[in-house]
Ligand binder design. Sequence first.
Ligand code: CP3
Length: 353
Amino acid sequence: MTPSIAYRRLLRVLAGEALSPPPVWLMRQAGRYLPEYRALRAEAGSFLDLCYDPERAAEVTLQPIRRYGFDAAILFSDILVVPDALGQSVRFLEGEGPRLDPIRSASDLGRLRASATRPTFARVFETVARLRQDLPHATTLIGFCGAPWTVATYMVGGRGSPDQADARLWAYQDPRSFQALVDLLSEVSIDYLAGQVDAGADVVQIFDSWAGSLPDGEFARWVVAPTQRIVRALKARHPGLPIIGFPRGAGSRVDDYVAATGVDGVGCDTTIPLAVMADRLSASVTVQGNLDPLLLVAGGTALKERIEEILAAMAGRRFVFNLGHGIVPETPPDNVALLVDLVRGAAPVPRAT
Ligand code: CP3
């Protein structure tokens, strides 16, 4: 066992141990629910300026670690850094989300350049290198990217959409050129994640937030196959690198996804039953999830009971406590502190009356 594995609890679980209490971190643990994030964000200019400023991006990553002492830090960045680096213009509108100049057809693919990504990626790698120096030794550092399918849905739609219709239609009408887009994203994502690992990331997570919108054949082609390719290439370059996949909405296909892609860990969304997470998913994969982010807004007894239920169901299995999707901005920071206390088995500090 290398020394960092012995200290870092998330790495130990991904390498095969079941730990009690389980390691805990939360998707979107840095962000607008934290006043210190809002203050730094106001100084930084645009959201992407913040992502490309290594000093500030590292600081934002560290904010939730200081407050809550999570077992893992996740690089502060965004999945849409990849299309931006490829030369597609990406903007974030206040309160509305991302806007991209949409790519609609084979001829638009010519606007994208894999060779253009280097200077942009270099800034992200610098953030990772700073973080590995500044983080407590016991804190695992997670790098990430969006999965090709999910990133393509934003590139083709030009924004987030409830049904990913533009990307699905292109994939049906001209699968060859859509394959070219997915192949480009797969190649670039391999370089991007490998660079994060070279810079100091211990683990990488692949976010496939819109995996759930595809029927069987398309799920195999656009979700499973590119993820499998990324996992194989990364493991060839970095043997032993732990990789977590998050195929949100995969439902009953989650175990096919695990078996076919070769991920070491799988993020389960809120709809995956605890019985599936506990017993049906292979014992050789680490399961991560799946508290409803809205329970973290609600707080109180409902939050406490569900955390206990999840912990009881996952006892004895390779498990990482997390949410089923990202923290929402309305989350009271005190509820996050309560969650960490409950997961770690500490009696929550009673409030003064
Ligand atoms: O988890 C973390 O703390 C690390 C940072 C992180 C962000 N985005 C920061 C962010 C991560 C891992 C992401 C991933 C991401 N980004 C995903 C996959 C996970 C998921 O939520 O499904 C997706 C689909 C995106 C794309 C994206 N970025 C959208 C749709 C939006 C707008 C909606 C929103 O929540 O604001 C963003 C913006 C974004 N990414 C913010 C943050 C903190 C808010 C921007 C702001 O501060 O104004």
